[in-house]
Design a protein around this ligand. Sequence first.
Ligand code: PBG
Length: 317
Amino acid sequence: MTGTIRIGTRASTLALAQARTIADKLESAGHTVETVRISTSGDRSGAPVTEIGVGVFTSALREALHAGDIDVAVHSYKDLPTAEEPGLVVAAVPEREDPRDVLVARDGLTLGELPAGAVVGTGSPRRACQLRALGLGLEVTGIRGNIDTRMRKVADGEMDGVVLARAGLARVGRLDEATETIDPIQMLPAPAQGALAVECRSADVELEQLLRDSAEDSSARAAVVAERAVLATLEAGCSAPVGALADVVSDIDDTDGVAHTVMRILLRGVAASGESDGGEVLRASATGDLSEAEFLGKKVAAELLDLGAGASKSLGM
Ligand SMILES: NCc1[nH]cc(CCC(=O)O)c1CC(=O)O
């Protein structure tokens, strides 16, 4: 690669921090990098993400890639629609941050310590229905805005707590304000939460190879493939109540009498039944080899569908 590599990013503190991690990798490999800030419709609109639709944080970056205004786009992977984008390729999925959600609550409280009637803010249908399913009598309220805006609601006393992605807090250096990391047994994160997608034009084969060599993590890639296959199979948009988490673990296989280390995936999925607000929370899981990532995702989704997931495709839950 010769010349400056232009990395496109949203202008939020979180997005800039994410783009910086990729810029650092390329710079330490001896490349010159320029960061280009791009405003997306999701940044400009104050409407709930459930109303403005999928791709609101990513389509402007993709347009800039197509137009040749940037060479690389760094996205929060969970914000990317599941449909493939012709002409573009996710060249690398870097090592993933902790994918779990966190609670940021007043007075250092955890979910179990919040009193019944406590107001907990989230704009995510996935988080809302899993919070309600805990049966703690929490009052789940819609909320939008960047991490700072959402955390201020707790500092200002407007809400007792908010639920956010742990990775987001970690990347903006505010993880110390989380009062609980929520166990995935209670709340499964969004598919691909905590992972980044490093995208470039498919025609830029040399750049694609460079990005893969400097940033790809095969475990993170397999986890994301499995989790997003759940979402794609349920044909749900990014705002629909679907959670998935793939744990990649090493295991010993000695079926042929010789011990080999193999990487395996434990995939868990959650979806809501289609009975509007407060619908039942449905769960399924599967395990298999890393190479079966996509198949496992489809399998978990099929089981969720059998249990009644998405019987009515109503969002806004
Ligand atoms: N939907 C917005 C969004 N997209 C990515 C992250 C956090 C970082 C990540 O999950 O990679 C967030 C904020 C949040 O959900 O709290």
